[in-house]
Design a protein around this ligand. Sequence first.
Ligand code: NAD
Length: 294
Amino acid sequence: MPARILDGKAYAAEIRHEVTRQVAWFHSHHGQIKLCAVLVGSDDAGRLYAERQRKLAIVVGVQYELVELPEATTQEELTTTIDRLNVDRLVTGIILQLPLPAHLDTAAAQYRIDPYKDVEGVNPANIGWLFYDEPIIAPCTALAVTELIRRSGVTVRGAHAVVVGQSRIVGRPVTMFLLTQMATVTGCHIATRDLVAETTRADILVVAVGKPHLIGIEHVRPGAVVIDVGINRVTEQDAAGKTVRRTVGDVDFDAVAPNAAAITPVPGGVGPLTVAMLLRNTVEAARKQLDRKI
Ligand code: NAD
């Protein structure tokens, strides 16, 4: 039987409706929710991404402001900007658009964001709290992955999960979430000796590497749930021999889908849900600031 397609777009639409109601409630009881995105440099992709964020924020009733800093911004100036947003009581959420120009220290800037306003869940404090299963705000992509697994209907407790890719912001938080939910988890990475041997043991296979079609049919056990986090732009020839650019994941979808129980498409899987989780985190952050203790 062909795999169930885990439609991230449809789930994201449901979550946007929920968030819209929550924002309206918050507005009538406590005031506005306001998201500030900091963009350093004149990166067109970054501005485009910010424009998309603005549209989505406005749809759910969240105020949005883009703070643009010049390419030559120093670390100290970036820190000052983040500190200003941290203490601004009207700002309830902060996003730092990546990548930063090469001369800036990304981790130091993320560390500077108030954990209660860190709607992307990238502050090391928030990532560290995952170990205690008590993040103030959890990383959006990892939340999107666990939400998709939950909606796939697979039981996580006792399942064998394999997470390919162990970045601090995606793979490791996903590994930690799955461990907390009592899966037995194997973390694979560039130094894993026999990837096929590891991935074919998976009931749940999560791939977050950034290599198009890394995972083929030989990597997937029949009946597994496959979550593809990868986003890769590739150039291909279409049927008429024309060169086209398209977005693909880390999983060879056409080869793997007939064998899996459920699978996420790329685009339209984890990506839209990550954005929806950002909106959910934005409300969550505003709520938590009401009764913060530190
Ligand atoms: P990263 O480059 O920080 O980490 C890549 C990881 O993959 C590392 O742990 C590395 O050891 C591992 N790896 C590299 N080659 C490998 C191989 N051949 N076999 C096994 N492991 C290998 O990447 P990241 O920031 O975690 O992003 C991963 C992918 O996810 C990218 O395509 C990125 O665009 C995408 N992404 C998607 C979303 C979303 O919302 N859908 C969000 C964030 C990242």
